[in-house]
Design a protein around this ligand. Structure first.
Ligand code: SF4
Length: 489
């Protein structure tokens, strides 16, 4: 007899350590660690999703005949030791965990690993690709994935004649558009019990079972898929998720495997009514971005999360925990949405929240911890490259050749946030100046030396040189930074 340890992000019967599991020879251990499940430290919506999904999955394994030990303990290590004592079984096996920290802890607890097959790209294969690159361009990796996995290929050529249809996408939110409704999930008694323990109402936005995740996937492919591409970067207060699939939480906790999602996308595309720009954009997220981010996490190593190349030392701004402390409409809406649902899509996440952390010089690790705490799908392997490499450019350009820094003009073009805002995206000085616009120029000014040799930023620095009111911008930037710290901007 042996114990199989199932982390809360390995909830699939056919993958990881459960692939060849048998109730006659294996018992199951889950650990709900108090460190990772404290509602005063983590967004309760995130905890609800992770805990309730794990408890439902534990029930499913029990129904199959497994003996399941669902341990609640101060730490995962404590839970595993308690399971050993309780059962008298010393041998514990698990699939390779999804973070360096878990890997070290489990290895120390003498847990044996089988391969983590919750991704489409084995870690060794990604290392081989990365070792051969001068710069780790996602687009190059993605094209290799299309060929290797035979997705949207017509022989050796990409279907539709191009690898990437982003030029057709990137549209702002359309005016007077009828957004289809969202799939509402029905919480069961176990969901309500978990929600009660966390002192929240069970949310209707998220499923906590594989059946619910499959329903969400089916709904997306039949209701949102066709329009996904063109509006994937748009932001609007009229609709919180636009045509996004909302599948990342289920792929990240194991309720869905990426191969199942890709198979479903291919089958839906074959029906003939899905534009290639939507299908390609979706496929890129799954076989491109997701795999690339996980690959880079393991490739760049455990110390990568500690980078702070721009020497950003500002403490996390109070608005990240108290969105009412800012009059910046885009920021307030994005933080409120994140808190209430545990999710906003990649553009508010990158171009509003991360952009604010970048431009204000917020300490990367403080901001990373906030993102990990708040987002329902924020695994360590997702957030470390996403924040350190993409969001706040703390790695000196190891991952991205230039920072994702933007002023108010980008947010104004891609959203309806600015009209009711207290600030004007076109202004960079004065009381009505958009803080993003002011801080954008100030960020370039402050970091001139760091980017002096970066040719991809020549145009931005050319713009800075042409500013005639540079001193006034710097002065306003200081007022904005003090105002943000005091909760008055
Ligand atoms: Fe955000 Fe600036 Fe637009 Fe206000 S004006 S919503 S702060 S981008």
């Amino acid at each position: 007899m042996k114990l199989l340890y199932i982390p809360f992000d390995h909830l699939h019967r056919n993958y990881g350590v459960l692939k060849n599991a048998d109730p006659a020879s294996d018992q199951i251990v889950f650990v709900q660690s108090e460190r990772m499940c404290d509602p005063s430290k983590w967004n309760p919506i995130r905890l609800y999703f992770l805990i309730s999904s794990a408890r439902h999955f534990a029930r499913q394994l029990e129904a199959e005949g497994f003996t399941v030990h669902f341990m609640v303990a101060p730490t995962t290590r404590d839970g595993l030791e308690s399971a050993r004592k309780k059962t008298g079984i010393q041998e514990i096996m698990s699939a390779q965990p999804s973070s360096f920290r878990s890997e070290a802890m489990l290895a120390d607890a003498e847990v044996e690993f089988v391969e983590n097959d919750f991704f489409l790209t084995p870690r060794g294969l990604f290392h081989g690709w990365a070792d051969g690159q001068k710069s780790y361009l996602m687009e190059n990796f993605y094209r290799k994935q299309r060929v290797r996995l035979n997705v949207l290929m017509d022989g050796k050529e990409p279907i539709g004649g191009h690898w990437n249809f982003d030029k057709e996408n990137r549209l702002p939110p359309p005016k007077g558009y009828q957004w289809p409704g969202y799939f509402r999930h029905t919480p069961d008694e176990l969901d309500h019990q978990v929600a009660q323990e966390l002192r929240i109402e069970a949310p209707l936005d998220w499923a906590t079972t594989r059946d619910g995740a499959l329903m969400q996937m089916d709904y997306f492919f039949h209701t949102h898929f066709a329009e996904f591409g063109p509006y994937e970067d748009a932001m609007t207060t009229e609709n919180w998720a636009l045509h996004h699939s909302l599948l990342s939480p289920y792929i990240n906790n194991g309720l869905l495997h990426p191969s199942e999602v890709i198979e479903a996308a291919k089958n839906r595309f074959k029906m003939g009514d899905i534009p290639i720009e939507s299908c390609e954009a979706f496929v890129r997220q799954i076989i491109g971005w997701r795999e690339y981010i996980n690959g880079m996490y393991w490739y760049l190593g455990a110390d990568y999360r500690n980078h702070n190349q721009l020497k950003a030392e500002r403490q996390l701004l109070p608005l990240f925990d108290h969105p009412e402390k800012t009059s910046m409409n885009c920021v307030r809406v994005s933080v409120e949405d994140t808190k209430s649902r545990g999710w906003v899509h990649h553009i508010p996440s990158l171009m509003v929240l991360s952009n604010l952390a970048l431009l204000t010089g917020t300490n990367p690790q403080e901001f990373l911890d906030w993102m990990r705490r708040e987002f329902i799908d924020a695994s360590e392997w997702v957030m470390v490259p996403n924040v350190i490499g993409m969001g706040v450019h703390a790695d000196g350009g190891q991952m991205m050749t230039k920072p994702y820094a933007a002023g108010g003009a980008y947010i104004s073009r891609m959203s309806n946030y600015c009209k009711p805002c207290a600030y004007d995206p076109k202004l960079r000085t004065g009381d009505k100046a958009c803080p993003f616009t002011t801080l954008y120029w100030d960020f370039l000014d402050r970091n001139r030396d760091a980017f002096a040799k970066n040719h991809r930023m020549a145009q931005q620095f050319g713009g800075l040189e042409r500013l005639r009111d540079r001193e006034a911008v710097k002065e306003r930037a200081q007022q904005v930074l003090i105002g943000l710290e005091n909760g008055t901007i």
